[in-house]
Write a protein that binds this ligand. Structure first.
Ligand SMILES: [Zn+2]
Ligand SMILES: [Zn+2]
Length: 445
């Protein structure tokens, strides 16, 4: 009889019982009859709960394998929990099975099977959840878990807000009541999630090498910030606070690009996952991270970018009357020299940190934030009664320039060369290798 041995680190028990245990039993219970657990201390020692006959060496191999396969998120068959519709407050949600079948587990209120095209209405009801299914009387329960019968199950959600939205997801869905809303958590395969992020952040119809670049960036972000919402009991949310994810994609070019870079992530020279920042267009020069976030990062330097100058977001202009401009400066704390408007010009041939004119000094990033400008990379000219900002690029300018990367891909550069160009001195590696490197480094701490 086959046996599955699971090593559990004691300090990760909470996480296990909320995530890993469910994944393990759901995925393997039908194939493996026995699941044996080891409980490991922080220093790697462990106590055998079930398998008395295992040798120390065998147990150590199990320890390594299971740590890599199950207790860390890995590219093969691992899952992630994403809070979906995080930026909205849905009054009710219509769940419909699109492919395969689902079990609806109500706590406590029984389990029901759902076939393709069957729908269930979920609504918040006081501190609990009301459930309405065709052919069944409405009832109230504490939470609902829609669990796919296999890995191919897909569901559609229609969220009833002022602007109703329909989106499709793979995997399972947990619905929990919370203050004014129903919290919706999608537990889904990591690579399928990455494809959805590439669709949302990179867009369809792009060159394959560019899509691969976005896939590696999205995967790096996921692993780096896997515990960003740890206290909320999910991993990431689906809006710009984390990564935009509007459900699964059927775009075959995106799916292929994700598959061809499966498990690939970007590491800094010290083998840690990088902050994979990107923006729409750098205007010809990326920004050092210190200009934007006040922290210099070794791989997020300012570099000259010859690839994005003729792209859509390369240039912009915005005009203010002299009264509007001086009024803004006054609100920003500047009090002297405002009457001499002709001295308010400035030129950013190369990216600078601060706008200085007469006695005025303001960081360009602050001006961008205050006035909602497309970028902080602009010069100022004065014409008659107008102050004109002549700008370049779109976004914060740190890290990868998307329009430059698209142009590089069109000209024959592959995703590795594109990533190397925008992130200084990085390494592209497999996530399993990255974890092993990190563990090796930690042994010396
Ligand atoms: Zn978030
Ligand atoms: Zn650029």
């Amino acid at each position: 009889m086959k046996k599955l041995c699971v090593i559990i680190r004691k300090e990760r028990l909470n996480e296990l019982f909320t995530m890993c245990f469910y994944i393990l039993t759901k995925t393997f219970y039908t194939r493996l009859r026995n699941i044996h657990y080891f409980f490991s201390d922080k220093d790697g020692s462990y106590s055998d709960r079930c398998c008395k006959d295992l040798s120390l060496r065998t147990a150590r191999i199990f320890f390594l394998l299971v740590n890599i396969i199950f207790l860390f998120p890995t590219p093969s068959g691992a899952h992630v929990k994403i809070r979906i519709f995080a930026g909205q407050v849905p009054s009710s949600v219509l769940f419909t099975v699109r492919e395969g079948g689902y079990f609806m587990n109500c706590f406590s209120g029984g389990t029901y099977s759902l076939l393709t095209s069957e729908s269930v209405l979920i609504a918040k009801h006081g501190k609990r959840i009301a459930v309405k299914k065709n052919g069944l009387s409405s009832f109230v329960c504490d939470s609902v878990l829609f669990s796919g019968v296999d890995e191919h199950a897909v569901f559609m959600l229609r969220v009833n807000t002022n602007n109703p939205v329909r989106q499709c997801y793979a995997g399972d869905l947990l619905c929990i009541p919370d203050l004014k809303t129903v919290v919706l958590v999608n537990m889904t395969d990591i690579e399928s999630y990455i494809a959805g992020v590439v669709q949302a952040e990179g867009g369809p119809g792009k060159h394959a090498e560019y899509l691969k670049t976005q896939a590696v960036i999205a995967r790096t972000y996921l692993y780096k910030y896997f515990n960003k919402h740890h206290t909320d009991r999910y991993n990431l949310c689906d809006n710009t606070h984390c990564q935009v994810f509007n459900g699964i994609t059927g775009d075959t070019a995106i799916i292929a690009s994700v598959e061809k870079t499966r498990g690939r992530v970007i590491l800094a020279p010290d083998s840690t996952l990088i902050i994979s920042a990107f923006h729409s267009n750098c205007g010809g020069e990326t920004s050092p991270s210190g200009y934007v976030w006040l922290t210099d990062v070794i791989y997020l330097k300012g570099i000259k970018d010859p690839w994005c100058a003729s792209s859509r977001n390369a240039q912009w202009r915005k005009s203010y009357s002299t009264e509007e401009w001086t009024s803004y400066l006054r609100k920003s704390g500047e009090t002297t020299g405002l009457e001499n408007i002709s001295q308010m010009t400035c030129s950013q041939e190369n990216r600078g940190y601060e706008y200085t004119a007469g006695n005025i000094s303001l960081p360009f990033v602050k001006i961008r934030d205050d006035l909602g400008l497309r970028s902080a990379f602009f010069s100022i000219i004065v014409e008659n009664d107008s102050v004109i900002l002549v700008g370049r690029g779109y976004g914060h300018g740190v890290g990868l320039c998307q329009e430059g990367a698209m142009e590089m891909a069109k000209r024959g550069y592959d995703y590795r060369e594109i990533i190397d160009f925008y992130y200084t001195g990085v390494i592209i590696a497999d996530i399993v290798e990255a974890i092993q490197r990190e563990e090796a480094d930690n042994q010396y701490l």
